[in-house]
Write a protein that binds this ligand. Structure first.
Ligand SMILES: *[C@@H]1O[C@H](CO)[C@@H](O)[C@H](O)[C@H]1NC(C)=O
Ligand SMILES: *[C@@H]1O[C@H](CO)[C@@H](O)[C@H](O)[C@H]1NC(C)=O
Ligand SMILES: *[C@@H]1O[C@H](CO)[C@@H](O)[C@H](O)[C@H]1NC(C)=O
Length: 401
């Protein structure tokens, strides 16, 4: 919160606040009316009753609140062999490759599980290289090779590695790529115009947002250069964003500034909570190589780097985490499926999840939207994170035209 020392400033500040508030309500209303065809009743600001409390005498930002969303019919499928938080996933045709992640805060996975969408089974487990990071990975595929960039090495809030690898999914062989110039946590990562692009993320201390953007020419799982090239920095840094290339444009969606850090002097690098700002920002890069801002997400959303699928020129995002609760200060998870239509550049909320959940791993196959893994809420009344899960769910995807 901005502190303004003089009275004149305070008056101005109040006016600005009221102005922003007005804007937020209007923006929400506009968004709501654009998605009203799928919602059974007009969407409005939904503030949980327990906080809609006149005696508290405060207006509470609705950033953390559940959005009104149509019910979906979810089918529970076979659970993943292990639960995962902050895992990574890549879909190649009918296979979802699911990597790494925390099993608990003190234990990280070092293998890959594979889900087969054709017969809806898990199998084909294989190991990752010993030197590969275990969470906060940047990851992208060209349809055969999976590029795996930097990330956190080890459990709790340990340091990052710059080591970068490529997996040939046909032979299950791993190879090295030149390490990223500096290690990062959960940077936005994509293949674009023959180059592997890596941008943002958190810096080496896990908390400070990085703005740097690098690229490396790659082809068929090989680096064509020995060094990464500096590219135009991203206007806002931070980890846990969705990064998607469609129709020769690169999109970076949501994310946050700040993250848990290792407690100073802790021999186990024990995670300790720090200030975080979750945002709604959407950035786009096209052939002019200048960042452009696009319409923001319906609410702040982070931990969505592998929580999206691209279907019929829409980006569909499943769950995530939003701003902390302003009163309880607890973390708040998201329980919605949202759609960003790239034809109209409009956001809409297209469904409710079985529960609120972050770091979901998402796939789309044969009309079905799948998600697995992540960390779910404490229950319908408490959106703060609790159980790390391996559950797999699917629903027939119905997009908002
Ligand atoms: C309203 O807020 C007050 C003060 O925070 C609290 O004591 C009271 O229980 C709240 N009432 C309801 C209905 O939530
Ligand atoms: C996926 O399942 C289908 C149907 O059982 C099977 O034909 C195919 O070989 C499986 N793919 C892999 C990679 O296991
Ligand atoms: C995508 O578009 C195709 C062709 O128009 C249509 O048949 C299909 O139902 C659409 N998929 C979804 C999920 O809307």
């Amino acid at each position: 919160m901005v502190r303004v020392p003089v009275k004149v400033g305070s008056a101005k500040f109040v006016i600005i606040c009221v102005g922003l508030l007005g804007f937020a309500v209007v923006a929400n209303f506009l968004w709501a009316s654009s998605s009203s065809t799928l919602t059974s009743k007009p969407a409005t600001l939904v503030i949980p009753k327990s906080h809609n409390n006149a005696s508290s005498g405060r207006f509470l930002s609705a950033a953390y609140a559940d959005l009104d969303a149509p019910q979906l019919r979810w089918q529970k499928m076979a659970a993943a062999p292990v639960p995962r938080l902050d895992g990574a996933a890549i879909q190649i045709r009918n296979l979802l490759f699911v990597f790494a992640g925390y099993g608990t805060i003190d234990f990280v996975h070092s293998h890959v599980d594979v889900y087969n969408f054709t017969d809806n089974t898990w199998g084909g487990r294989f190991d990752m290289p010993k030197e590969m990071a275990h969470s906060h990975l940047g990851m992208v595929t060209d349809g055969r090779y999976i590029y795996v960039v930097t990330g956190q090495y080890g459990p709790q809030c340990r340091g990052p590695t710059a080591r970068t690898f490529v997996l040939d999914t046909e032979t299950k062989q791993w190879r090295d790529l030149p390490p990223l110039p500096l290690p990062r946590y959960a940077p936005a990562t994509q293949l674009w115009r023959g180059r592997l692009h890596v941008m943002g993320g958190s810096k080496e201390n896990r908390h400070t947002p990085g703005l740097e953007h690098w690229s490396l020419a790659v082809k068929d799982g090989k680096a064509l250069e020995n060094e990464w090239r500096s590219e135009i920095p991203i206007p806002r840094g931070g980890p846990h964003r969705a990064c998607v290339v469609v129709d020769d444009r690169l999109y970076v969606i949501g994310g946050q500034e700040g993250d848990f850090m290792a407690k100073p002097g802790s021999p186990i690098f024990k995670c300790s909570r720090r200030q975080e700002v979750v945002y709604t920002d959407v950035y786009m890069l096209d052939d002019k190589m200048k960042w452009k801002m696009l319409p923001p997400m319906p609410k702040p959303n982070s931990h969505i780097e592998f929580a999206w699928a691209l279907v019929n020129n829409s980006i569909v995002i499943v769950g995530g985490t939003t701003e902390k609760h302003p009163v309880t200060k607890k973390m708040v998870l998201n329980g919605e499926v949202v759609q960003f239509n790239l034809n109209t550049l409009k956001w809409s909320v297209i469904g409710k999840l079985p529960y609120r959940v972050k770091t979901t791993l998402v796939g789309f196959w044969n009309g079905w939207l799948y998600f697995t893994s992540g960390q779910r809420d404490k229950g319908p009344e408490d959106p703060s994170p609790k159980k790390v899960i391996g559950e797999m769910w699917r629903t027939k995807l119905k997009l908002n035209e």
